[in-house]
Unconditional design. Structure first.
Length: 356
């Protein structure tokens, strides 16, 4: 029996070495020098507004897989895929997107029930699928990070905000079934260590400390000041105020961090500056408010007073076109990330500051 076991182990070891040898040869030939010359494709320059006006928004690129950031797979990952078969990497139905101060991009995927983490600076990519092997995420909606780089993910079905470290390891959960009905948008005030969670079904904003301690509730159902009707996403402006996409009230509502009313804008309609189904919300470095609209299939830009400045995008599948745009995030260098849900991608734009 001992000889038989030794023989089986030896056979398995030799088989593995043979597979590695075959894979190495195959991969080396596949990655060898190409005879045919590389053909450079000319990138289309897409800007809004179009010439002759001064451009303010520029299309940069789209994100679907790690290859879009030139993030390459490690040797043993390629070996495993060679043995077990190719596995798909990339977004299927992106809903929320968040770009942190370190260049990382987090994309919640409601179809794949996961969060894709792209780290182009360190050439890394990984996927957060759940708390453990037995408990997956069910409906991840939005993501944000604290000053340590920990990742906060809202799950609208599980009624929780799950917290992971920067490598994707589960740390803790925030919320209870009694407290949260359908958590969606999240925002973090790093200075004060405060987490804001939009509860769409309850039509209110929940406020927690970073360790998950409940602090207070802001707002209630209604159409008055500091009242909401199915709010979705939330953004924290550099002015310290919170900007909420008050979706079914078809407006943006602005409150301070204590929950006091600051302002509001928006009206229902199908003309420029009007809204149909506002969802994602973000602010650039100059305080302009960007709002995705799933029915208009475009992004509208307003100043803080609610004056419409411009619109970019339209329905379609080409670069700069959308199919049900949802979440939006703007990085500190004014790159604009839009979750283009039904086109299975995140499109990236840039706000061009005035030359004057």
């Amino acid at each position: 029996m001992e000889m038989k076991g030794l023989f089986q182990k030896t056979t398995a070891y030799v088989s593995t070495l043979v597979l590695i040898f075959i894979f190495t040869l195959t991969y080396s030939f596949a990655m060898g020098p190409k005879v045919e010359p590389k053909v450079e494709q000319k990138k289309e320059h897409i800007v809004w507004p179009p010439p002759p006006w001064e451009p303010k928004i520029e299309f940069l690129y789209s994100i679907t897989t790690p290859d879009d950031f030139e993030i390459k797979k490690g040797f043993f990952r390629r070996l495993w895929e060679f043995i077990a078969g190719e596995t798909r990497e990339g977004v299927i139905k992106p809903f929320g997107v968040f770009a942190d101060d370190n260049g990382r991009v987090y994309v919640t995927d409601t179809a794949d029930q996961s969060v894709h983490v792209f780290d182009p600076k360190n050439k890394k990519y990984f996927v957060i699928e759940g708390i453990n092997k037995n408990q997956r995420l069910t409906s991840p909606i939005d993501a944000a990070t604290d000053k340590e780089g920990n990742i906060y993910v809202s799950d609208s079905v599980m009624r929780r905000v799950y917290v992971f470290n920067k490598e994707g390891k589960f740390l803790r959960e925030i919320g209870t079934d009694n407290m949260m009905q359908r958590p969606t948008g999240v925002a973090i005030d790093k200075a004060s260590g405060t987490l804001y969670v939009v509860d769409t079904l309850a039509s209110k904003i929940l406020v927690y400390s970073m360790d998950g301690k409940y602090i207070k509730t802001i707002g209630e159902y209604g159409d008055g000041n500091v009242q909401f009707n199915r709010p979705t996403f939330i953004a924290l402006g550099r002015d310290g105020n919170l900007y909420i996409a008050d979706t079914m009230n078809i407006r943006v509502q602005i409150i301070d961090k204590q929950g006091k009313f600051v302002g509001k804008f928006g009206r229902h309609g199908n003309s420029a500056g009007e809204m149909a189904n506002p969802r994602g919300i973000a602010l650039d470095s100059e305080g302009h408010v960007y709002l995705t609209d799933t029915l208009f299939e475009a992004v509208q830009v307003f100043d803080k007073s609610g004056q419409a400045l411009m619109t970019f995008g339209r329905q379609g599948t080409r670069s700069g076109e959308f199919s049900i745009p949802a979440g939006i995030s703007i990085s500190s260098d004014d790159k604009i990330y839009v979750a283009d849900s039904y086109n299975m991608r995140v499109q990236v734009f840039r706000y061009i500051k005035s030359s004057q």
